[in-house]
Design a protein around this ligand. Structure first.
Ligand code: KIV
Ligand code: ZN
Length: 514
């Protein structure tokens, strides 16, 4: 492989999912994995198979669906974890076991309660065992950036001797700064005798906002794999954001002469998909994928842009898949135009799904004069994978206003094929709707998030609602989109309940990684 090619290892489905509340179900993980594969991600870390049956099944489903990218699963340094991981990833033509163990004095003493020599032994054993099951093994020194150099060198050398092809040095707690982290990578390149037999990888957390800077500095020092996530999702402050890394490399080859295999035009779609599924809204001023990342507000900037776009634009919106002309279709648009629009937006849907989406598009176009790309994306993203839903919203009427009567909701749901209706009141119209749903589908969950976001501008914009429910420490995110915010709210709640039912069937012991 070209010596300057950087491997992009995406961990949105594993470390990303470890963000509290960012849970994704099996279908959603497969959907994200397929988008990542299409955009050219080299390695997709699909989950932590030992964590629960649901995690195992999701990794397995991703491994079955993805053909080109390598599918990795995470495993602690135990035979049980490693065997389960091998089982989960093996359906993928290219698969990897990613096993890890803490190496810093702090982690060894307090977390592992093990002496360094015992840790070293365990590194050898776990990597050799993983290697007896699969060809492609990655070993991570958890809290690597706070590990003593001599000990880190010994562990890395031992892991390579035991068969690891990739050595990852995580900045687990986001403590490193760029020159220090680059020096650590350079130290390993210079001191570990068998380092040429492995790819050095970096995995940076963003606690000090330095994850991307640290990752890029490490590449300058010899690392050739970067672990990252879409939108920078991840534990605590998140991981290094893939879109920022990839666009920095693409925009500044003069300073960083490295390439990736990412088709950057897919970035916006991946970002929207992950944000929609997790309910983690991207901040407007977020680099590359924020709503304002390519917006020019001030008169001086707009004037400069009109004269020559490069005055204020270092990369084009098109290069990240953002269309400048977003006004697209209306109620007179036909099936063929709709199909071609879906294709332009990157959707490959089957005939039935296209037909469903087209019916919903026509309904929307009847209510909304201008239908934008964002509307179509919201409509399609909301519609897919709902065939197996046990609960469906049939109708909703809400009464609210400035009078003293409490808001009322009259709701009709189809539950397991049977239509049932109810009336309920609440502290506000949304509360009344949620009370009505609870009356028809009794459940004990905690509402963790209710979030509304307008898909486009204008008072006839579609509202995209996210509802996050929590039950026994497990969370689900439901989404709903409609020009009527109350209908979107009901849809989102019903969607969350449908996901909860699926999750309940798959609940098993939990084990989370760093
Ligand atoms: O942050 C970390 O150290 C990790 C490892 C398990 C790779 O996520
Ligand atoms: Zn991590």
């Amino acid at each position: 492989m070209d010596n300057n090619r950087v491997i992009i290892f995406d961990t949105t489905l594993r470390d990303g999912e470890q963000s509290p509340g960012a849970s994704m179900n099996l279908e959603e993980k497969v959907k994200i994995a397929l988008v990542l594969e299409e955009m050219g991600v080299d390695v997709i870390e699909a989950g932590f198979p030992i964590a629960s049956n649901g995690d195992f099944e999701a990794v397995h489903a991703v491994a079955k669906a993805v053909r080109n990218a390598t599918i990795a699963g995470l495993a602690r340094a135990t035979k049980g974890d490693i065997s389960r991981c091998a089982e989960a990833v093996k359906a993928a033509p290219r698969h990897r076991i990613h096993t890890f163990l803490s190496t810093s004095p702090l982690h060894m003493k307090h977390k592992l309660q093990m002496e360094p020599e015992a840790v070293l032994e365990k590194v050898k054993e776990s990597v050799a065992f993983a290697r007896s099951l699969v060809e492609d093994v990655e070993w991570s020194a958890e809290d690597g950036s706070r590990t003593e150099h001599d000990f880190l060198c010994r562990c890395v050398e031992a892991a390579i001797d035991a068969g690891a092809r990739t050595i990852n040095i995580p900045d687990t707690v986001g403590y490193a700064v760029p020159d220090e982290y680059a020096a650590l990578i350079a130290m390993l390149v210079n001191r570990v005798p068998n380092i040429d037999k492995a790819i050095l990888s970096v995995h940076c957390h963003n606690d000090l906002g330095l994850a991307v800077a640290n990752s890029l500095a490490a590449v300058g020092a010899g690392a050739r794999q970067i672990e990252c996530t879409v939108n920078g999702l991840g534990e605590r402050a998140g991981n290094a954001a893939m879109e920022e890394i990839v666009m920095a490399l693409r925009t500044r080859p003069d300073r960083m002469p490295f390439t990736t295999g990412i088709k950057t035009e897919h970035i916006t779609r991946a970002s929207r998909l992950v944000s929609g599924i997790t309910g983690f809204v991207v901040q407007p001023n977020k680099a590359i994928v924020g709503k304002n990342a390519f917006a020019h507000e001030s008169g001086i900037h707009q004037d400069g842009m009109l004269k020559c776009a490069q005055t204020y634009e270092i990369m084009t919106p098109e290069s990240v898949g953002l269309n400048r002309s977003t006004l697209v279709m209306g109620k007179h648009s036909g099936r063929a135009a709709f199909k071609s629009k879906l294709k332009d937006l990157g959707y490959e849907l089957g005939d039935n799904a296209i037909e469903d989406a087209f019916v919903r598009f026509k309904e929307l176009a009847d209510r909304k004069k201008d239908v934008f790309d964002e509307d179509i994306i919201a409509l399609v993203d909301e519609a897919v994978h709902r065939d197996n839903d046990r609960i469906r919203l049939k109708s909703l009427e809400v009464l609210c206003g400035t009078r003293h009567n409490p808001p009322k909701a009259e709701l009709e749901l189809e539950i397991d094929g049977e239509t049932r209706s109810v009336k309920a009141v609440g502290d506000g119209p949304v509360d009344a709707i949620f009370n009505a749903i609870k009356a028809l589908v009794p459940h004990e969950t905690r509402l963790q998030l209710y979030q509304v976001h307008a898909v486009t501008q204008g008072t006839d914009a579609q509202a995209e609602v996210t509802v996050r429910l929590e039950e026994d420490g497990k969370t689900v995110n439901g989404q709903g989109a409609d020009t009527d915010t109350m209908v979107a709210s009901a849809r989102a709640y019903v969607n969350a309940l449908n996901k909860l039912f699926v999750k309940r069937q798959k609940t098993a012991p939990d084990a989370r990684a760093g």
